[in-house]
Design a protein around this ligand. Structure first.
Ligand SMILES: [Zn+2]
Length: 386
């Protein structure tokens, strides 16, 4: 452990096993994060369209920034010279950086994986680059995030078993190299569990990563092309191996409220996704019980707010008609207002889950929370907005 993070379970799961959901308190260099918690994604050192004050107002206590994107542009050395990522983007609360593994594998063009690292071509200009566990850590240490993540080789959840075994074994070797390379004392380091959807591989990966001195455990390789049932079964296997483990558990890439609710119930503490912000920019506004598609003509004459009881920048001043107009005119304010709303909805939803967990009514309140989350799972939303 680095000593740069301390995690305390304040409300453990009930002894009767009705849920694995729990309340935790994660103390980091730049502040405290209550869990379960959702992290908005600031890919290019900005959560698209939002000022840091907007982020505070929507209730964000921690955000994620992408190592791959910041390495390519503007460059981690430049950010370090300018005082580090917090100073650069004027965000003084915690930041988690991912390792770049997912982007290198999914965005990079060329993408040749060998034992030492990954060679890939930039999605920006086609230039050739190489990521190794050591470089991924060096970049994150230069950025100065509160939490860095070990470099891994993700695979699509439904890949063939031989492919999953190969990538998972390599991820384990890279986890050890990431640990050896990391020496920034004010930065925590999380390890990543892989193993695809195969229960034995996922369990073995969870045991391997849990045996290493990481500050937290990420569940990688999910929120991809798997079904909800496959994802839930895989979470159960991994969390089942971690029940007595004192560290936070982070499921990478999950973002629809219905999916978040189910994963909290199964024992996950941290989440991130571009989904709420991305669908907002496409005119999909999340409201209790479902969503409104503001591109629908009927909203052009609707004087009501998007959600009457919502305190966000959009709902407290503007009508559905105004936002529908801005979106059609592609006015820039639309993106800020819509993003503020969907992140307010998502972070408020997490706060409702925490309140239920804290008061001991969580599994009983799940049907009510599921109604509020609406019927749409992340994969369905992502398809519609792609
Ligand atoms: Zn709102």
């Amino acid at each position: 452990m680095t000593g740069a993070a301390s995690f305390r379970v304040e409300v453990p799961p009930p002894a009767d096993g009705a849920t694995r959901g729990r309340i935790g308190r994660l103390e980091l260099t730049h502040g405290v994060v209550e869990t379960p918690q959702f992290m908005p994604v600031g890919t290019n050192a900005t959560v698209k369209a939002l000022h840091p004050d907007d982020l505070v107002e929507v209730g964000a206590s921690i955000i994620l920034a992408n190592t791959y994107h910041l390495y390519l542009r503007p460059g981690h050395d430049r950010i370090a010279r300018l005082g580090g990522l917090h100073r650069f983007m004027a965000w003084d609360r915690p930041i988690l950086t991912d390792s770049g593994g997912f982007q290198v594998v999914s965005l990079g063009d060329l993408r040749v994986v060998d034992e030492d690292g990954v060679t890939f071509r930039s999605h920006l200009d086609g230039s050739t680059h190489r990521f190794t566990p050591e470089l991924a850590i060096e970049v994150q240490q230069a950025l100065g995030s509160d939490i860095a993540v070990a470099f891994d080789q993700p695979v699509f959840p439904t890949s063939e078993r031989a492919v999953v075994i190969d990538a998972t074994d390599r991820t384990h070797r890279w986890a050890e190299r990431s640990l050896r390379a990391h020496d920034r004392p004010d930065q925590a380091l999380f390890g990543i569990v892989q193993g695809g959807l195969e229960p034995d591989l996922r369990a073995a990966s969870a045991r391997f990563v849990a045996a290493l001195p990481f500050d937290g455990i990420c569940l990688g390789g999910l929120a991809g092309d798997e079904t909800a049932a496959q994802r839930e079964a895989t979470i159960d296997v991994a969390v089942g191996e971690l029940l007595d483990d004192p560290r936070p558990r982070y499921l990478m890439g999950l973002g629809s409220p219905a999916d978040l609710l189910e994963a909290v119930h199964r024992g996950v503490d941290l989440f991130d996704s571009v989904l709420p912000a991305r669908v907002a920019r496409n005119g999909q506004l999340w409201v209790p019980g479902g969503r409104l598609n503001l591109m629908n003509k009927r909203f052009l004459d609707d004087p009501e707010p998007v959600q009457a009881d919502c305190p966000c920048l959009l709902c407290r001043s503007f009508s559905r008609a105004y936002l529908a107009h801005l979106l059609r005119a592609r006015e820039l304010l639309a993106y800020r207002l819509a993003t503020c709303h969907n992140l307010t909805f998502t972070l408020d939803f997490m706060a409702r889950i925490r309140a239920a967990l804290r008061s001991g009514t969580f599994p009983a309140e799940m049907p009510e929370l599921a109604l509020r989350a609406g019927p749409t799972s992340g994969s369905a939303v992502a398809e519609k907005s792609a």
